[in-house]
Design a protein around this ligand. Sequence first.
Ligand code: 5GP
Length: 125
Amino acid sequence: MPIDATQPYDDQNIFAKILRGEIPNRTVYEDEWALAFHDINPQAPEHVLVIPKGAYVCWDDFSAKASEAEIAGFVRAVGHVARTMGLVEPGYRLLANTGFDAHQEVPHLHVHIFGGKPLGPMLVR
Ligand code: 5GP
């Protein structure tokens, strides 16, 4: 069920549990600001989620409230993960679903990294 992007942060969401180590994940990268792990239901040959360590519901929440250091750390982590996965030269797609119309399902900000094949047009009309 898609979430309301304006809802308060729920620390029982699945990615909060992953950050606390309560649920296992296949970690690709971790630093002070971010955790990257394989999506449980991949939609492309390479499908990794990058999440900030801080408690932010979505891109709107993060861009409005996160510190400069959190934003810089998170953005650099997304780039680092894509680079170390070897996706820069063939190309990759980033996606941050935000709220109901975008069908965001997990209420902790996550950026999808898709790659590993030609990904086609941006949206199916
Ligand atoms: P959204 O629709 O919110 O942008 O995407 C949520 C993503 O989280 C989906 O691609 C879904 O497969 C993934 N996901 C949901 N639960 C888990 C989980 O427990 N572990 C992992 N690794 N991915 C999950």
